[in-house]
Design a protein around this ligand. Structure first.
Ligand SMILES: N[C@@H](CCC(=O)N[C@@H](CS)C(=O)NCC(=O)O)C(=O)O
Length: 228
């Protein structure tokens, strides 16, 4: 029973990172295929996986295709109810679903201004008002989860869950752009970027060949993780 996971470049594809985490962190068996997200072969690579047009894409052992991270998350949770994708506590699970849905549908300013990039950090980045508003919302959601349900561990709901999967790339963005966050949020970001799964993903990302022109900014660079 092995899942087929299709991803884009690890350096830049935040949704691919989410798709990978929801298998890797819960011990589910998978093999990974890289599609040509930037090389121009994406449509051709995904053609056998209709209706997919973005990454990640998951094919179940039975051949069902999930072409969106949220349909992947719900299908995996249904198929593997005991591995802890969602928190077991009812109230925690409801809040976790809220956090995941809001991340999947929202945070447009933050995502638009701060492209996912784990190769290096940008110095002197100045967040706009809408980005600061997204960060304030992030702080609200993270502290709500941690205060109500986080006592059992360092993750949003204590134990690792799909909520951490969805906010993992945001934690990376906070590092890449040196975004201003509270001490509590910094500590959560630190948990995310020191996790062995992130270190393994980044190590593979750094083996990719990129010339630095993708998502270029007119700002000085520093080595990851900068001042974090
Ligand atoms: N809502 C989708 C978003 C997936 C997505 O936008 N993936 C990006 C890569 S990070 C992509 O494939 N972009 C190529 C495109 O939009 O043509 C999900 O949750 O999986």
């Amino acid at each position: 029973m092995t899942y087929d996971l299709h991803i884009g470049d690890r350096s830049y594809s935040s949704w691919s990172y989410r798709g990978w985490l929801m298998l890797e962190k819960f011990g589910l068996p998978y093999r990974t295929t890289m599609v040509g997200l930037y090389s121009g072969t994406m449509a051709q690579d995904l053609a056998p996986l209709a209706p997919a047009r973005t990454v990640p894409v998951l094919r179940t052992p039975e051949g069902d295709v999930l072409s969106d991270s949220l349909s992947m998350a719900e299908t995996l949770a249904e198929r593997h109810p005991t591995v802890g994708l969602w928190p077991t506590d009812r109230a925690a699970r409801a809040l976790a679903r809220n956090l995941v849905a809001e991340m999947h549908a929202g945070f447009a300013a933050l995502r638009g201004a701060c492209a996912f990039n784990i190769r290096h950090v940008w110095k002197n980045f100045t967040p706009t008002g809408p980005v600061l508003k997204d960060l304030a919302r992030l702080e609200q959601l993270w502290s709500l989860a941690r205060d109500r349900h986080g006592a059992g561990g360092p993750w949003l709901f204590g134990a690792y869950s799909l909520a951490d999967v969805y906010y993992a790339p945001v934690a990376c963005r906070i590092v890449t752009y040196g975004l201003p966050v509270s001490e509590a949020a910094r500590s959560y970001v630190q948990t995310q970027i020191s996790d062995p799964a992130f270190l393994a993903w980044r190590s593979e990302a750094m083996r990719e060949a990129h010339d630095g022109s993708r998502y270029a900014m007119d700002l000085p660079k520093a080595d990851w993780p900068g001042s974090f």
